[in-house]
Design a protein around this ligand. Structure first.
Ligand code: PGA
Length: 263
């Protein structure tokens, strides 16, 4: 599979924003705007990652109106069931028809001290629940002082893929921690350099075929005015968008990046 055959994915990570009523209003407006613009969802896939408490509302809306928008959880438990107060099982997310689940977002790794082992266990839990894990990796500014840019993300990805079999469907998001929410994204060149190393990690950990078909997203201060630069990179197949995914005009504009690209 080549770059041209991988369907780009534009994913909105809402983090802890929007209650279920706001989620409904947002998804309705997004679907209306993209429908009005005749967006081809087979050409560029769209997914949102609402808080857990919004997912049932999003599911109901998406199914009632047959919206071509995918959705997923922002995290999941390493366990399937049991005495884990406050945790959410991948099985519950699957039951809500989630397609994806984010694992290893830097805010989980650093604020909730999730290790590479935890991220590997969550990746496994997502796959066992038949969810597509969206595995986030990325280096901090401190890591960059000590290592070359791809060293930490490559190690994190190797760790997350320990229990993953060749051929498995998953997505990788390269998100330099220093670029998240900072308004200062990586350059497309920096992002491409790391993304190409991550694709090699997939080939080494699994196989070439899996590496060729896996979508690698860039995340970190993606905006309508910088998305095109990232999408021109041969190893970048989409974006994981935080701040700009909360503004329906900005997010729809990122989804429709081909309309403002001069290829
Ligand atoms: P940002 O967040 O777009 O606000 O930088 C990206 C993310 O954390 O996924």
């Amino acid at each position: 599979m080549t770059e041209a055959q991988r369907t780009p994915l534009i994913a909105g990570n809402w983090k802890m924003n929007f209650d279920h009523l706001q989620a409904i209003a947002f998804v309705q407006k997004l679907a209306w705007m993209l429908g009005d613009a005749k967006h081809d969802f087979d050409d560029v896939e769209v997914a949102v990652f609402p808080p857990f408490t919004d997912l049932r509302s999003v599911q109901t809306l998406v199914q009632a109106d047959k919206l071509p928008i995918a959705y997923g959880g922002q995290d999941l438990s390493t366990h399937a069931l049991g005495a884990y107060t406050g945790e959410i099982s991948g099985r519950f997310l699957k039951k809500l028809d989630c397609t994806y689940c984010i694992v290893g977002h830097s805010e989980r790794r650093y604020r909730h001290v999730e290790s590479d082992e935890t991220v590997a266990a969550k990746t496994k839990a997502a796959l066992e629940a038949e969810l597509v894990p969206l595995i986030c990796v990325g280096e901090t500014a401190k890591d960059l002082e000590r290592h070359e840019p791809s060293a930490v993300p490559a190690n994190q990805l190797r760790g997350a893929l320990l229990d993953v079999k060749p051929g498995t469907d998953f997505v990788v998001a390269y998100e330099p921690v220093w670029a998240i929410g900072s308004g200062a994204p990586a350059t497309p060149e920096q992002a491409q350099n790391v993304a190409s190393v991550l694709r090699r990690v997939i080939a080494q950990s699994l196989d070439e075929e899996t590496a060729a078909k896996t979508r690698i997203l860039y995340g970190g201060s993606v905006k309508p005015d910088n998305i095109v630069g990232f999408m021109k990179c041969p190893d970048i197949d989409g974006a994981l968008v935080g701040t700009a995914s909360l503004d329906v005009d900005a997010f729809a504009s990122i989804v429709r990046y081909k309309k403002h690209a001069t290829y």
